[in-house]
Design a protein around this ligand. Structure first.
Ligand SMILES: Nc1ncnc2c1ncn2[C@@H]1O[C@H](COP(=O)(O)OP(=O)(O)OP(=O)(O)O)[C@@H](O)[C@H]1O
Length: 251
């Protein structure tokens, strides 16, 4: 491992029963880097994110966050150490306002319990932080709307605002464009680009190839649980092994 990696995977392997889900995956991610993870269906992308975030334990190898071995660290402690994963839409509180949802995330990060029964007062520090996060994703003017009334693309922005409120060093985005209408793709792309500009490290699994190739510094290509290539988008697109992994389809 180099001194510079904010996230480091060392020879990660995962077997479930007799099945080899991940095999010898080694990867180093530099601070502030944006890395795309691509690969055909079933390649192991989501499982790799599960290993990084602590949802799954690898059967071989180590995960390091800022140099510290977090391989056996539970999910919530990894989150407190700066590893953030997008909230799914199902984790929004639909009856609360957009602002209140983000404020709960800010409050949870500050050490309070995220509960609908303990909503902090409007004037507190968490409110200010929540408003900043909403401004960062372009949702400030929707602060008072009910979360349930948001359009799908706006909900995605709200999920990202809630993530920012947790102040993560490393952000994992699992298919941020899934279910997003083509009209909303440019706006969500801009929000993700903004995360990166803020100096955060972002890893993104995404099937929408144009989005990935247009956003990331490097692309990691997975196939059958192994890392086939990690390189710039241009080099990956030109890589014959990668092309054959996609069964001859244009990448
Ligand atoms: N808990 C599990 N038990 C058994 N097999 C599993 C388990 N979790 C994942 N797998 C298998 O591991 C492989 C990788 O799955 P994973 O969801 O990580 O792939 P993926 O690249 O994210 O796929 P997709 O692009 O379709 O989301 C698949 O063949 C899947 O069926």
């Amino acid at each position: 491992m180099t001194d510079h990696a904010v996230l480091s995977l060392e020879h990660i392997g995962l077997r479930i029963g007799g099945a080899r889900i991940l095999h010898d995956v080694s990867l180093e991610v530099a601070p502030g880097e944006m890395l795309g993870v691509i690969g055909p269906n079933g390649a192991g992308k989501t499982t790799l994110f599960n290993v990084i975030s602590g949802v799954a334990r690898p059967t071989e190898g180590r995960v390091r966050l800022d140099g510290a071995d977090v391989t056996n660290t539970p999910i919530h402690r990894r989150a407190a150490a700066g590893l953030g994963r997008t909230f799914q839409t199902s984790s929004l509180f639909p009856a609360l306002s957009v602002l209140e949802n983000v404020r709960l995330a800010a409050q949870a990060h500050a050490g309070g319990a995220a509960s609908v029964f303990r909503i902090p007062r409007r004037s507190d520090a968490a409110t200010g932080r929540a408003l900043e996060c909403l401004a960062e994703v372009g949702l400030a003017e929707r602060a008072d709307a009910d979360a349930s009334g948001l359009a799908h693309g706006e909900k995605r922005k709200l999920e990202i605002a809630m993530l920012i409120a947790m102040d993560p060093k490393v952000i994992l985005l699992d298919e941020p464009m899934a279910g997003v209408s083509s009209g909303d793709v440019p706006a969500i792309t801009d929000v993700i680009r903004g995360l990166h500009r803020g100096g955060r490290t972002v890893l993104m699994v995404e099937h929408h190839m144009e989005v990935v190739l247009g956003l990331v510094d490097r692309v990691a290509v997975m196939h059958h649980g192994e890392l086939l290539a990690v390189d710039t988008p241009e080099a990956v697109m030109a890589n014959p092994t990668v092309q054959s992994a996609y069964l001859g389809e244009a990448v």
